[in-house]
Design a protein around this ligand. Sequence first.
Ligand SMILES: Cc1ncc(COP(=O)(O)O)c(C=O)c1O
Length: 444
Amino acid sequence: MGQPKWPTPFKTSMLPDRHGEKPADKHEDQRAPLIPDNRGMNPLLAKLQPYPFERLKQLFASVTPNPAFKPISLGIGEPKHATPAFIQDALKAAVATGLSAYPATAGEPALRKACTAWLQTRYDLTLDAATQVLPVNGSREALFALTQTVIDPTRPGATVVSPNPFYQIYEGAALLAGAELHYVPSDPARNFANDWDSVPAAVWARTQLLFVCSPGNPTGAVMPLSEWQRLFALSDQHGFVIASDECYSEIYFREEAPLSGLEAAHLLGRTDFKRLIAFTSLSKRSNVPGLRSGFVAGDAAIIQQFLLYRTYHGSAMSPVVQSASVAAWGDEAHVVDNRNQYRTKFAQVTPVLAQVLDVKLPDASFYLWAGVPAGWQGDDAAFAKALYEAESVTVLPGSYLARDFNGSNPGEGRIRMALVAETAECLEAAERIARFVRAHPKKA
Ligand SMILES: Cc1ncc(COP(=O)(O)O)c(C=O)c1O
């Protein structure tokens, strides 16, 4: 009998990170691997792809960044504006009583009411706090967990449709649920809209879950009502669930606030939000990525099954976090202030970069998604590496955020810049990038 071929040994450095987008820290890297390999383990683990930041670390491994400049990272999409004091205070105040009992997975009625009140204020939508919302420990775990709840891997060809480029959790969640992925490219000629028409009818027919990210990471694009209409029609035809990731909904640059999937459904008369679940998060809205708090809202029948799944998974939110979350959802002044900070920053930084790169102000999010100069022949990784070496500025190669699918990688030739640091630092980075492009219009 031949030796079985074991998959690549699992390394802690392959872990996406602990939360949000943050890569494993140095200390974590130095620890012994959690599991030396995955022999005898769930074979689906071997399908997981290294996270973009792991690939970036490898790309930069042989490079010494220019010591003349202080390093600036536009790589990681982790909010950096200050956490509002009132949220910290609510968290501290809840410690006295919030640690002595197990929380319910469904969350406290007060939190569920805070979520529906926010939906009312923000979208003018009335949802039932008892059946149509559920608190989650950040949208990341919820995106993952909902996928495990929805996917039936025993149905032949179980498929998840994902945007491309995309947030890598969609892919890992689908793979670990036993589904295969179909990636839908974003089209730069149409404000990075996803080309849903590129999906063959036979693929839609076996699709069980569709991920939508609006505002998009990394493109910042907001999906218009017409696209929602098309996706709802496809969902009705084929019976798949739509997971609408809306964690950047409060950071926008146009007058009009981004449209939610829930709002789109309502406008189209789908008042029961059939087969739709929207994911909302406090991480970016309220600058609390460490709090781990968000909620899902939509189809009550799916939420009921999701609650069942979560009770076994053990996903109840700490009462302390629930109290801080009630405070955060109940205040809009800090959200307006946060958005204004991003608006000021993007207004200053974007024109500097637009002189040298193919880039414009996005609809929303805190990313710039720029094309590298033609002279770099689409080599986004080479561009990022050379920039790091010359100017000590980190940007993320766009191809690391996308997959090669149907012969192309829609992230190729692009870089993602997260403008999360203070304006002065982002501006300094932009000026260094502009200087770099002027000095290196072509790949060496
Ligand atoms: C598109 C997208 N969705 C979801 C998340 C997860 O955010 P959180 O778990 O903090 O809500 C992120 C984090 O960076 C993201 O970029």
